[in-house]
Every structure is written in structure tokens, then in C-alpha cells.
Write a protein that binds this ligand. Structure first.
Ligand SMILES: Cc1cc2nc3c(=O)[nH]c(=O)nc-3n(C[C@H](O)[C@H](O)[C@H](O)COP(=O)(O)OP(=O)(O)OC[C@H]3O[C@@H](n4cnc5c(N)ncnc54)[C@H](O)[C@@H]3O)c2cc1C
Length: 399
């Protein structure tokens, strides 16, 4: 153990600080900046999108319930359309984008496969145009607390260690890093994640394609024994330990290499063209919020709903997302977005996906622009602002 005495320079002041630039953080920063607040986004990588770009997880799962109704709107839909501004990577359900329907159970869902590099560039432009300050290569490493509020965020990047004075904070790190620094209660994923190795390749006969090794994201209706992908490793990963994440990354690289060698036997021209630059881990740590949403609460009206999500795994269920799942009152000015909001373990697998991250991100960003004490936020005013941005709050509003 060593003892360090550090004095950290306070570099700037922001109304809203968003930690993490995945889909949750992009939506939060955009929403906060559009409310006219001085907003900064800290991202440890040198691109936006998190798992959805650097992680090569490029299937924007459905905005619809699978039986003909769109349920997620606002920035969730805006980012969806942005992701295919220059076309989709794979065939997309044209009936959602190019016609008014009718749509039903027999139709493909409102989802798409997009190009990660283009999305990262376009999302960056979107945030810059909205006035967000983006700080890449910047790890948030600590907080300075005052009266149960985060007064400063401490960061490290090429310039060294710097602090920022902040009014409110969105934790969009995917892992609840800021919650832990601030002392808010969190829960870890107990089952552990399977190994994944999604990578892109290009070959003369196979073309340019996304290879999804360690795929467990198929909807129930599409899961057949024949389609089940072999497990890449018996080991399970928890994603909160630096050494474990490095070992996981090495195993993932080895799986990619083995797959490449196998595929080379069929197509001598094949090469990997992109491998992930962030660990492909699904669930790690989440906040214990003021409310914990369960998968059993489909079609339940919540008076503090901030928007709706569907279940990508099956057709039919719709969930209203209570505002109370986005914060824990112990740290007054800290709110959560993306794959670390307050849900049961079963619901986590539903809520962790891209459209849901954008839904919680937009609400967290607007809320952060409104207050530095989320427990006393005027929910009706938040809902008014969300509705003005095109978000639909209740299931009764879509039928
Ligand atoms: C193998 C796999 C397959 C998946 N398949 C699908 C799919 O088909 N469709 C789908 O919709 N979803 C899928 N998902 C889930 C989905 O991709 C993610 O859950 C979602 O993108 C998470 O978004 P997020 O913004 O919450 O978190 P992340 O994408 O993890 O973003 C968090 C960001 O915060 C940054 N960060 C973290 N800590 C810090 C820190 N301390 N300081 C600064 N920056 C920090 C990270 O670099 C990252 O950019 C899959 C996930 C995996 C792993």
C-alpha cells in the first residue's frame, strides 16, 4: 500500500457532465445540451458509441413491440435513423421506414444493422452541433463530494489528472463507475457473462460481414438447436476487474483467430477487417434505484414513466420505464443511463440493449439539465419536456 497526496487542478465548470459516450451517454449529452445547458461528455475511448461501435455490436434492436406498434421514440428513433443515414449494413425492414404499414406479427421488427464507424462519426457531429464538449481519452477516476452531491469529477487523460466542477452528473459508464466513486448502492451481475468475439471480416466469396461469435442475443422465436452457437469458453466473466477483462480480451482475440483460420480454408482471400477495441461484456454492475423494474411489469402504467421499451426477445411486451429506476437518492445530483439502470436480473437482459439505453439516456439528460436533486424533480415538467421532444410516455397513448 502506498499513500499519495495529490492536488488536482480544477479546469472548468459544467452544468451537466456525462460520463461515458455509449448510446446511453450520447442520448444524455444530446438531450442535456438541447435544454441549453453547458454539457461535457467524458469518454475513455477515442470514439463515441461504446459497445455499439468500438464493441462492434451493431444491431439496433427493435423500437417496436413486434405486433405492429412503435414503442420507443424521441432520441432512440433519431439515433436509429442516424445509424442508417447512408444505408444499412444488412437488409432492413423497409415497411417501418418507407411505408405507413399496416404492420403486424408477420412483419419484420423495427430494427437494423448499421455501420459502426459511420455511426461514431455522425454521432460525434450531432453532439458537436448541439454544443457538447467532448473529451476523448478521458477516464473519470473519482469524485469529490459535498453534502451528498458530487461537486467535482476527477479525470485522467494525456494532460494528467484534472477536476471539473459540475452541477449534475449522468453515469453512462455502463458499469456504474461513478456510483461506486460516490458511494451509491450497486449490485453486480451474479451469473457472469459468456465470452463473445464479434468481428468483421471481408473475403471474395463471403463478402464483408459481421461474425457474431458468442452470440446469445437471438430472440426466443428464432432460437433453434441448430442455430445455437457453440460456447467459446466455459469461463464466465464479470467485467469489473482489470486483469479479468484483459484475460477475457485475449481469449476473445484467440477465438477470432481460430475462426479466421477455419474460414480461411473455405475462402483463401478472407481477412479480419475490424476487431473490437472495447471488452464485449453484456452486464456488470447496476444501480439500486428508488424503484427496480421487473420483467413481470409489462403493460403496467407508471405515473412517472419517462418512455417505453419493448422486449427484443419476444413479441408483445411493452414496458413503461419509471423515472425512479434512474436514480438513488443517496447521491442527490447523480443519475444513470444505459445498461446500468435499476432493474431485476431478468429485466436487465431486456433493458441493456441499444434502444433502451437511448430511452433512459434522453430522460437522464433532460432531468440532469433541470435539477441537481433528482428526488425532488418536478416529474410532470420532465414528462412535458420529453413529450415536446417526441417521446411517448404511456402505452395508452399508442393505441
Ligand atoms: C457481445 C454483445 C452482443 C450484444 N448484442 C446486442 C445487439 O445485438 N443489439 C443491441 O441493441 N444490443 C446488444 N448488446 C448490448 C448493447 O450493445 C449494450 O448494452 C449497449 O450498447 C450499452 O450502451 P451503454 O451506453 O449503456 O454502455 P456502453 O456501450 O458500455 O458505453 C459506456 C461508455 O462509457 C465509457 N466508459 C466506461 N467507464 C468510463 C469511465 N470511468 N470514464 C470515462 N468513460 C468511461 C466506455 O468507454 C463506453 O464508451 C450486446 C452486447 C454485447 C457485449
Amino acid at each position: 500500500m502506498i499513500t499519495e497526496t495529490i492536488q488536482t487542478k480544477v479546469l472548468d465548470t459544467y452544468d451537466v457532465a456525462v460520463c461515458g459516450g455509449g448510446f446511453g451517454g450520447i442520448a444524455a449529452a444530446l438531450a442535456a445540451a438541447r435544454q441549453g445547458k453547458r454539457t461535457v461528455l467524458f469518454e475513455r475511448q477515442y470514439m463515441l458509441g461504446g459497445l455499439g461501435t468500438a464493441g462492434l455490436v451493431t444491431i439496433y434492436l427493435p423500437l417496436c413491440d413486434g405486433i405492429g406498434h412503435q414503442v420507443s421514440f424521441g432520441i432512440a428513433e433519431e439515433l436509429f435513423r442516424l445509424s442508417i443515414l447512408h444505408g444499412a449494413e444488412a437488409d432492413y425492414p423497409k415497411n417501418w421506414l418507407d411505408t405507413d404499414g399496416p404492420r403486424g406479427e408477420a412483419d419484420p421488427r423495427f430494427e437494423v444493422q448499421y455501420n459502426p464507424q459511420l455511426f461514431a462519426i455522425l454521432a460525434e457531429k450531432l453532439l458537436m452541433d448541439a454544443g457538447v464538449d467532448i473529451l476523448y481519452g478521458t477516464y473519470v477516476v473519482g469524485v469529490n463530494m459535498q453534502d451528498s452531491k458530487i461537486e467535482h469529477l476527477v479525470t485522467e487523460n494525456k494532460s494528467g489528472r484534472r477536476a471539473y466542477r459540475v452541477t449534475s452528473v449522468v453515469d453512462a459508464t455502463g458499469d456504474c463507475d461513478i456510483a461506486v466513486f460516490a458511494g451509491a448502492p450497486t449490485e453486480n451481475f451474479t451469473q457472469g457473462n459468456i465470452l463473445a468475439a464479434w468481428y468483421y471480416s471481408s473475403g471474395r466469396s463471403s463478402g464483408y460481414e459481421l461474425n457474431m461469435l458468442g452470440f446469445c442475443d437471438a430472440p426466443e422465436e428464432e432460437k433453434t438447436e441448430a442455430e445455437r452457437v457453440e460456447s467459446l469458453s466455459e469461463r464466465r466473466f464479470f467485467g469489473l476487474d482489470g486483469k479479468e477483462l484483459s484475460e477475457m480480451t485475449v481469449l476473445s482475440h484467440q477465438s477470432t483467430y481460430h475462426d479466421f483460420l477455419n474460414r480461411r480454408q473455405e475462402d483463401a482471400s478472407i481477412f479480419p477487417v475490424t476487431i473490437a477495441t472495447t471488452p464485449q461484456i453484456r452486464m456488470t454492475r447496476k444501480i439500486v434505484g428508488e424503484y427496480t423494474l421487473s420483467d413481470k411489469e409489462m403493460h403496467t402504467r407508471f405515473e412517472d414513466s419517462i418512455g417505453m421499451v419493448s422486449n427484443w426477445k419476444c413479441r408483445g411486451p411493452i414496458y413503461e420505464v419509471p423515472f425512479r429506476t434512474l436514480y438513488n437518492a443517496s447521491v442527490k445530483n447523480l443519475i444513470y443511463a444505459g445498461r446500468c439502470t435499476s432493474v431485476t436480473e431478468t429485466m436487465w437482459d431486456i433493458m441493456r440493449v441499444i434502444p433502451c439505453c437511448a430511452v433512459t439516456g434522453e430522460a437522464a439528460g433532460i432531468a440532469a439539465a433541470m435539477t441537481d436533486d433528482f428526488a425532488s424533480l418536478d416529474i410532470m415538467e420532465l414528462q412535458k419536456r420529453l413529450t415536446a421532444c417526441g417521446v411517448v410516455l404511456h402505452e395508452t397513448d399508442i393505441f
